[in-house]
Design a protein around this ligand. Structure first.
Ligand SMILES: [Zn+2]
Length: 117
């Protein structure tokens, strides 16, 4: 292909017409696919965390221990940081492994183990 070709902002490859935008970032289709698959993996993790959190709230409700201030403290701020760290770790692992597809049960399991320490 002749003429000026924009380069993927992630891998630097000349894209030609095989380019796309991910969150307003110009990338090649390969990097776009990687970004969307990372996003999908994180979405699955968040969904898994929601299940865990919902179960915790449910447990608090059925034992009569769900009060707004305590519930707020129970989730924030330390656990929020744990969740963010876990997601960052996950992203870095996935970034290094590229095509590795996320296994939600492993990651949620890891999160639960981390909280117990
Ligand atoms: Zn690229």
């Amino acid at each position: 292909m002749n003429g000026p070709s924009l380069r993927c902002m992630n891998c630097g490859k000349a894209c030609g017409s095989n380019a796309a935008l991910y969150a307003q970032v110009f990338v090649c289709l390969t990097c776009h696919k990687m970004a969307t698959s990372l996003e999908a993996g994180i979405q699955r993790e968040l969904n898994g965390l929601m299940v865990v959190m919902r179960d915790r709230i449910r447990e608090a409700l059925v034992t009569g221990k769900c009060f707004y201030p305590e519930a707020k403290e129970a989730i924030a701020p330390s656990q929020k940081r744990d969740i963010v760290h876990a997601l960052v770790d996950l992203m870095q692992k996935k970034g290094a492994a590229h095509e590795h597809s996320g296994d939600i049960s492993d990651s949620v399991h890891t999160l639960q183990e981390d909280r117990e320490h």
